[in-house]
Design a protein around this ligand. Structure first.
Ligand code: ADP
Ligand code: TRP
Length: 329
């Protein structure tokens, strides 16, 4: 049995790129009954960039509702809020006493963020240690992440090995990253990678009118309706083929290539496809967002199960480190 674990920060409302690039592939992986999956909402990590508490609550609800609405089986597995298990903060401290300072100084993501952000806080710097604790606390074997997280996973592996070596015992499971190089980069409305920070995203859980408006904003070239067009150069087509059936995508490519078919037509088809593809998930998402108590109940159930795993790991850690009370045998 492999234990799969991944987290999504609660720094915004999940967009189509997050769904297709991270959440749906992870749910697919969790369907294998041989696996045991822990998916969580990294709300502590989001404090590095988002300071408003009410915004965080909404974002946590949105991320949780997304996992649930897209069909993650939270009864068989675990869906939880990172901050519901403060044990992770204790583990972060122990680990930070083993992480060499230069390892954090060399983190690409810290360098990128500290160049871009005005608020360069210590949390941004120690972000990878908390992420390592997220993984090691639950004895995860496999961690599906995007390419941008590869270095963080290497740090987690190095740290696990360093502690195991120091105490000459297997305190931690050494996790493996699962980086799917085939995973698509979903383009945003401006043709660049879809990202909340570029404001070029499509939110598929909104009502159809709002989806239509976002789709209308997709940047297209200035060719006339009559001209034949290369579908590969159209962001509308690139998004369409990610959400429509293979036949419908081929049909759109042929219409583009034949001419007499404009970007406006393609946008109408894309809107329809997005509305249809996520119709059941949209309904469930909206039900959940209107009922945050249900979200809390599901997250609490996940946290209770995850705690049973985390407590055993922390016992091993405290025992080798000589902290906490001696166990009465
Ligand atoms: P954002 O770029 O919007 O801030 P995050 O960095 O929070 O998104 O990403 C959360 C997860 O979604 C990561 O696993 C990331 O690889 C994935 N992801 C984000 N944007 C895209 C995209 N445009 N295409 C594919 N996957 C994406
Ligand atoms: N840093 C990850 C991201 O931004 C989110 C994350 C936090 C995570 N803790 C994790 C991912 C542990 C995997 C495992 O995408």
């Amino acid at each position: 049995m492999a234990r799969i674990l991944t987290g999504i920060q609660s720094s915004g409302i999940p967009h189509l790129g997050n769904l297709l690039g991270a959440i749906m592939p992870a749910i697919e992986l969790s369907r294998d009954k041989a696996n045991d999956s822990l998916f969580f909402i990294a709300d502590l990590h989001s404090i590095t960039t988002v300071k408003d508490g009410a915004t965080r609550r909404t974002n946590v609800d949105a991320v949780a509702a997304t996992w649930i609405a897209l069909g993650f089986d939270y009864d068989q597995n675990m869906l939880y809020r990172q901050s519901d298990l403060p044990e992770v903060c204790e583990l972060t401290w122990y680990l930070s006493c083993f992480v060499p300072f230069p390892m954090l100084q060399n983190a690409h993501s810290f360098k990128d963020k500290s160049d871009k952000l005005s608020d360069v806080n210590a949390g941004l710097f120690t972000y990878p240690v908390l992420m390592t604790a997220d993984i090691l606390l639950y004895d995860a074997n496999i961690v599906p992440v995007g390419k941008d997280q590869q270095q963080h996973l290497e740090m987690a592996r190095d740290t696990a090995r360093a502690v195991n070596f120091h105490y000459q015992t297997e305190v931690f499971v050494v996790p493996e990253a699962k980086i799917d190089t085939n995973v698509m980069t979903v383009p945003g409305t401006d043709g660049q990678k879809m990202s909340k920070s570029y404001g070029n995203f499509i939110d598929v859980f909104q009502d159809p009118k709002a989806i239509k408006k976002q789709v209308a904003g997709i940047v297209t070239d200035a060719s006339t309706l009559e001209e034949p067009k290369d579908p590969e150069l159209s962001t509308v087509y690139k998004l369409f083929r990610l959400v429509a059936s293979a036949e419908a995508a081929t049909a759109m490519a042929e219409k583009y290539a034949a001419g007499g078919y404009g970007h406006g037509h393609a946008k109408a088809e894309l809107t329809e496809a997005l509305v249809a593809a996520f119709a059941p998930a949209r309904e469930r998402y909206n039900q959940l967002m209107a009922n945050p108590d249900e979200i809390d109940r599901i997250l609490a159930q996940g946290a209770d199960k995850a705690r049973q795993i985390g407590t055993r790991t922390l016992d091993r850690v405290r025992s080798v480190m000589g902290t906490g009370p001696r166990k009465l045998m």
